[in-house]
Design a protein around this ligand. Structure first.
Ligand code: IPD
Ligand code: CA
Length: 279
């Protein structure tokens, strides 16, 4: 048993099998262009596969852990209920992170799932089945890519850092202005800025040392729950983009290979477009 009441080994074993099944489904469906519906706006998309994968994960976990709770992207979108995090074991799920990529058959999407117990993340899995990239972490046990230990980069200098971020899933004019002001400040000071369309994979890229910094204003808890643990277990840091403590419900994240790089980067950001919290 992990903390005396939750068998974390069992949790990891069960969720790993479910993620395999979910991954096979996503990899199959992406081979053909998918129909979609629009959620909050015309670039915030959902497909039948998003909903199917979320249900596959929730039902499969409930079969074995009937007392566990869930915060899933598509159930949240459908129910509109606040996502109150309690001490009860809670799985935070993005069934397909990078739905826009999925709809376009761009092979950079993932299943992202994290388990919080007493509000602390114990397990994180981010799986891109198209490229066979499976990132896993257990608290205190390191981060892995396909079973091989991974570490953040050793980069300490902002001017030599590669940054990954996203526009996000809305084109609110004020938000775009804020984003562009931040990019304008950052771009001349770093090696480059990348955008690939899946927040959980962005954090995974920090964990494996492929980029040095990831930040995004507008993400949700399900985009970052697993990825935060991956970065921490790979030796990196996750803070709020203002430089304060990270808050999973705050809709903001800044991950970096070191505290000094994270704080240096935070100083370059001038705009923090306010968004309603996830809870
Ligand atoms: C989105 C993607 C996107 C990011 C958004 C997320 P979804 O997740 O990760 O890259 O910019 O903030 O909401 O909608 O594809 O699950
Ligand atoms: Ca999603």
């Amino acid at each position: 048993m992990g903390d005396g009441s939750v068998d974390l080994n069992k949790c990891f074993e069960v969720v790993s099998q479910l993620v395999d099944k979910a991954g096979a489904l996503v990899a199959k469906r992406i081979q053909t262009r998918q129909e979609f519906e629009e959620k909050a706006n015309d670039i915030d998309l959902v497909t039948a596969t998003d909903r199917e994968v979320e249900q596959l994960l929730i039902r499969g976990l409930l079969d074995v852990f009937p007392d566990h709770k869930f915060i899933g992207e598509e159930e949240s979108a459908a129910g509109g209920q606040p996502n109150k995090l309690t001490d009860v074991p809670t799985w935070i799920i993005d069934p397909i992170d990078g739905t826009m990529n999925f709809v376009h058959s761009f092979p950079h999407s993932c299943i992202s799932i994290g388990l919080k117990v007493n509000k602390v993340t114990e397990i994180g899995i981010v799986f891109n089945p198209m490229l066979g990239q499976r990132f896993t972490a257990r608290r205190g046990q390191g981060a892995y890519l396909n079973g091989r230990r991974i570490h953040v980069s050793a980069q300490k200098e902002l001017s030599k850092s590669l940054v990954i971020t996203e526009f996000g899933a809305s084109r609110d004019v004020e938000k775009m202005k804020n984003h562009f002001e931040n990019y304008q400040n950052i771009l001349p000071k770093v090696h480059g800025i990348r955008m690939l369309g899946a927040a959980a994979l962005n954090l995974s890229m920090v964990a494996m040392g492929a980029v040095d910094i990831n930040f995004e204003i507008g993400i949700h808890a399900w985009d970052v729950c697993a990825g935060e643990l991956l970065v921490l277990e790979a030796g990196g840091v996750v803070i709020d983009p203002t430089g304060d403590k990270f808050d999973i419900m705050s809709r903001r994240v800044l991950a970096a290979s070191s505290e000094e790089l994270a704080q240096e980067f935070a100083k370059q950001l001038t705009q923090f477009y306010p968004q309603p919290r996830d809870d």
